[in-house]
Ligand binder design. Sequence first.
Ligand SMILES: NC(=O)c1ccc[n+]([C@@H]2O[C@H](COP(=O)([O-])OP(=O)(O)OC[C@H]3O[C@@H](n4cnc5c(N)ncnc54)[C@H](OP(=O)(O)O)[C@@H]3O)[C@@H](O)[C@H]2O)c1
Length: 295
Amino acid sequence: MDIPDCSERTVLLTGGTRGIGRFAARKLCAAGATLLLVGRNAERGEATVERMRRAGADAVFLRYDLATQSAVRDLAADVRDRVDRLDALVNNAGLARGNRSRTEENVPTTVAVNHLAPYLLTHELMPLLADSAPSRVVVTASGVHERASLDRTDLDLTGPYEGFDAYARTKLMNVLFVYELADRLRGTDITAAAVHPGFIPSSGLYRDSSVWVRAVMRFLSILPIGQSVEDGGLALAHVACSDEVADAPGHYFDGTDPADPAPAAEDADLRRALWDRSAELVGVDPAWPTVQRKV
Ligand SMILES: NC(=O)c1ccc[n+]([C@@H]2O[C@H](COP(=O)([O-])OP(=O)(O)OC[C@H]3O[C@@H](n4cnc5c(N)ncnc54)[C@H](OP(=O)(O)O)[C@@H]3O)[C@@H](O)[C@H]2O)c1
């Protein structure tokens, strides 16, 4: 499958140093996009953009570890300095940790990277996205969000912790975030979309998971079961660039196809509770975005 022409589009993609993000980045560049690729590993990031530049792409690597809120804010400032338009913000970086490490802001790292970083980065770049409309915000969620539930009194997961369950709950947060954002952006030319790229046991996602999860994923990738990194990367590039996405009635994509998310996505109270708690955790006014509606 080919993705549509992306020339004239500037795309910021996080988690582009390996896995589906790296493949999506190549596809987006091959389709003509100007790419800002974010990752925390300089060697892998520079090698990735160098390869794309040799193929004629306009790509730059930005090194930021999205686990800390100061780094997310610095990244947004860096982006605002570098470009005067942003057509797509693709929040793809993610991890699935077996243990509950905490960031310097005392948030579980899984929550910080998978949910709070997309929330804060989208907040910080919303004025640029609004000035660049039609534009879009994409979050790489996962089908595992359907197995997750969230405790309204513990939205930052301070209670009992199991690595894979915590991962699934952050992926539900991605879907809730996108649905609430889409609701708040209704009537504007900014689209919000969450994508399930497929089940891809061969990506690097599970490398910090428990021994048990790592063993299962290794076994499944040998069989092979699930999708390939290339399939997932193509789906992500499609949702980042295709015009069909802006016209779709919903905001969730299974691969390249519009799909229904878990019923929790329609739970307006839960969505708002997560939005407000996230705003509190990153220190922003929850009354965002304030984007002019189309007349
Ligand atoms: N694999 C699956 O089955 C699957 C299914 C559904 C959804 N997803 C989602 O797809 C997305 C990409 O995952 P993947 O499968 O491609 O995994 P991956 O191969 O591990 O890639 C994850 C990317 O995120 C980056 N990243 C992780 N922590 C970061 C941090 N603190 N700051 C900046 N970048 C960070 C990684 O950078 P480094 O190179 O520095 O580690 C890497 O580029 C994730 O959001 C994941 O939840 C995956």
